[in-house]
Design a protein around this ligand. Structure first.
Ligand SMILES: [Zn+2]
Length: 419
């Protein structure tokens, strides 16, 4: 049971959680380069490596998943350009991870808190402020930024071996967190064994992952990319934790990334379970998460949104209007490559001035990523909101700063904010 959760790179033929083989294909998005493998100007003439991107659901345990594991070194390379601290909304949400946990559990405030995939240390700063000893584990060079800002961080992929090292250097932890990483890891078994070793008995493991119900409901096909191996339902995540001797005691829905779940799992079997767990399972049943027809409808809505966006942009281009992109979250690579919007139709993506992505190009379609100053200067007639899952607050801010372009929101269905 346990070793099957350590997935080798390459094609998968069984469900990532239950090991079953009743996998139903929901959407085949074709071949894509990893969405954060942005292209440097000098690489534009080189070959790009692409991998299949297929979205499936397990008919036995209702885990939605892709069926190809790209080697983690390819996906989360040292220069990985994602930094959680730069989006204020995200900083606030990540601080809530720590406060929500401290409110629910009586954790000794001088105990150790460990964050897996700790990025720039945003989650741990909130624990540190409350007196916890903190330790981050982060594979990319962003670990250096965290260390420089006073959050001790080990640069590594977390696994059982790293857990052993931490146990001898720092001792055990009362709380561990993994935000926006638990759906990404291919060595899930090794991680679960490592967390189990490091946590004290009764310690809590908090994970935050994009939520399958939100993905289906608001047609977030753009959140399907190689980094996201799994799209959890509460039902499927409970099954996973049970296999490692954890009890899922509470679940919260949170707004991160267009809809996520924060799952609290206590080390030990048969711990007291809050009402939220049963409520969420009832909700999933009523929302059709265990019903294949729901997935067919999702695929049909995704295709319609693609066709509507493409025909709108083609009409605008024929009318000689300028259309650019706003914001470059990782997920926009799926949207752009699936829809087929190249620089011939969308000459650039405007990204905030602090972004590590400026000067690079989107994989596949090679749309350049430029400083948003250019968009404010040029005031293009239309701009496609690529971080559409935060469309409202971002639009309000852009209007306040003087952007007059009509803003196209591509999903869940195409709408236009006339400004
Ligand atoms: Zn399954």
């Amino acid at each position: 049971m346990k070793t099957q959760h350590d997935l080798p790179p390459g094609k998968l033929s069984h469900c990532q959680i239950c090991g079953g083989t009743d996998l139903r294909l929901v959407m085949d998005l074709g071949h894509h380069a990893p969405c954060d493998s942005l292209v440097w100007p000098e690489q534009l003439g080189d070959a790009e490596t692409v991998f299949p991107l297929r979205f499936l659901v397990c008919e036995s345990c209702s885990l939605a998943q892709i069926d190809y594991v790209v080697p983690p070194q390819v996906l989360f390379f040292p220069e990985y350009p994602y930094r959680s601290g730069i989006t204020q909304t995200l900083v606030d949400n990540l601080s809530r991870t720590a406060t929500s946990t401290m409110e629910r559990f009586e954790l000794p405030s001088d105990s150790l808190a460990i964050d897996i995939g700790s990025n720039d240390g945003t989650v741990l700063k909130a624990f540190k402020a409350r007196g916890f000893r903190v330790l981050g584990v982060e594979a990319t060079n962003i670990a250096k930024i965290a260390n420089e800002s006073g959050i001790e961080t080990i640069q590594a992929f977390f696994d059982e071996g790293v857990a052993d090292r931490i146990l001898s250097s720092h001792g055990s932890a009362s709380v561990m967190t993994a935000t926006n990483v638990f759906a990404h890891v291919s060595n899930l078994g090794s991680i679960m064994r490592g967390v189990s070793k490091l946590l004290q008995d009764g310690g809590v493991f908090v994970t935050e992952s994009h939520y399958l119900a939100d993905l289906l409901d608001t047609v977030q096909y753009d959140s399907i990319y190689h980094e996201h191996l799994r799209y959890y339902s509460v039902k499927s995540i409970i099954r996973l934790f049970n296999a490692y001797g954890f009890t899922v005691t509470d679940v919260e829905r949170i707004s991160n990334y267009g809809g996520s779940i924060r799952v609290f799992a206590v080390k030990g079997k048969n711990r007291p379970v809050g009402d939220s767990v049963g409520d969420m399972l009832d909700f999933e049943e009523s929302a059709g998460l265990y019903d294949l027809a729901t997935y067919d409808s999702f695929a049909a809505r995704a295709q319609k949104a693609k066709e509507d966006l493409l025909s709108l942009v083609l009409d605008l281009r024929r009318a000689e209007k300028t259309v650019v992109g706003i914001g470059c979250p990782g997920r926009c690579a799926t949207l752009i490559n699936y829809t087929g919007l190249g620089p011939d139709m969308m000459p650039y993506i405007a990204e905030q001035s602090t972004s590590l992505k400026l000067g690079l190009f989107l994989p596949g379609k090679h749309v350049p990523i430029v400083d948003e100053k250019r968009m404010f200067e040029e005031q293009p007639e239309y701009a496609i909101m690529l971080s559409w899952h935060y469309a409202k607050p971002i639009t309000a801010k852009l209007r306040q700063r003087g952007l007059r372009s009509k803003i196209i929101v591509p999903l869940p269905e195409v709408t236009i904010d006339e400004g």
